[in-house]
Design a protein around this ligand. Structure first.
Ligand code: DTR
Length: 340
């Protein structure tokens, strides 16, 4: 505290100088510690995105936050991520919405076969539509980024030559993607991506329904030497914050977080698109990974089978109070506008 009753100005100056020298630099004084939990391993795209988010925030507002990152489920795992962040064990978390069937009736529209050709495109549509709506299902958390994986393909430990080979094929998938796998004739087993390496190793599943990045990042190419290009839906994901922690942040820090939010979401989509291509080339070189490309007719047939899940989604979403048909139309229009 500054003493204002000093008689001599020199003493006042000395006290002022002393006070200033004892006060740490502004950026340190204001530094907030943010613990960011993520469920997959450090090299996977959600974790690359997490590290980049921390770096971008520091560029935007240097020293305002110290972000401690916890990849690989070291602080929270896929299944307890939402509860853990809401209870304050971490300040920020990452989830793949498909691991929580029924919990995100609005955002689950992005798990449907809507023809997204890339994660970049899906992330942009998802981000803009989410930000334009009051979304009830996320009212108890603060969403700070939204993005998706790239379109889903089948990675397999046995050769798959045609859609008929998918019959009875035991494949890891989650959420609506699991329903789609079933509609394609496969036998889906739901589990988070982070549990899949063990399931593949133990032979509990014969393959994975996901994007190509994991061929390299989880070394799935070692056991999955074959792939089928199915171009099925993306998996939507979010970064989200504990709401109380969010509200306690300074307006400047809140602003900085939202300033980087859209650009970072789109960056993540673009990153996983590019990385998926690199991972495929790497798998071909390293393990002789081979891809089956379907004929246009076979692709149409698969798409038609996959689309049978849409009506079911509409019913479920409407039962949860979502204007499902309007939302679907809005997503399709936004996708078409981007593709133009
Ligand atoms: N398969 C989806 C999304 C996904 C794609 N690559 C990764 C890597 C790490 C975690 C998730 C994903 C999923 O399981 O969520």
């Amino acid at each position: 505290m500054i003493i204002v009753c000093c008689r001599r100005p020199i003493r006042l100056i000395l006290i002022l100088l002393l006070t200033l020298s004892l006060t740490p630099p502004a950026s340190h004084a204001a530094s907030v510690r943010l613990r960011f939990a993520n469920f997959p391993g450090a090299g996977t795209f959600p974790c690359v995105s997490m590290e980049r988010w921390a770096a971008e925030l520091d560029k935007r507002l240097p020293g305002a936050a110290v972000v401690e990152t916890f990849p690989g489920g070291t602080l929270l795992e896929a299944k307890n991520m939402v509860r853990g962040v809401m209870q304050g064990q971490a300040d920020i978390g990452c989830i793949s919405l498909a691991y929580h069937p029924g919990a995100y009736p609005f955002l689950s529209v992005f798990e449907l076969p809507l023809g997204f050709s890339s994660a970049r495109e899906a992330s942009e549509v998802m981000y803009d539509i989410f930000m334009n709506h009051e979304v009830a299902e996320t009212s108890k958390i603060k969403v700070i980024a939204l993005f998706s994986s790239a379109p889903s393909q089948v990675l397999s430990s046995k050769p798959l030559k045609s859609p008929d080979d998918l019959k009875g094929f035991v494949v890891r998938s989650s959420g609506i993607l699991a329903d789609i796998a079933a509609a394609l004739g496969a036998s889906p087993v739901s589990m988070p991506q982070s549990d899949t390496p063990e399931a593949l190793q133990k032979g509990l599943v014969q393959g994975v329904f996901t994007s190509f990045d994991v061929l390299k990042d989880y070394n799935f190419a070692e056991s999955c030497r074959y792939g089928m290009v199915t171009d099925m839906p993306v998996y939507p994901m979010i970064f989200f914050m504990n709401l109380k922690k969010w509200k306690a942040l300074s307006p400047e820090l809140q602003q900085a977080i939202m300033d980087i939010s859209r650009e970072h979401s789109l960056w993540t989509g673009e990153y996983v698109d590019t990385h998926g291509k690199e991972a495929t080339a790497w798998a071909e070189e390293t393990y002789g990974f081979t891809l089956t490309h379907l004929s246009p007719e076979q692709q149409r047939e698969l798409r038609a089978r996959a689309e049978t899940v849409v009506e079911e989604w509409v019913k479920k979403a409407e039962a949860k109070g979502i204007a499902a048909r309007e939302l679907l139309a809005e997503v399709m229009a936004a996708r078409a506008a981007l593709a133009r």
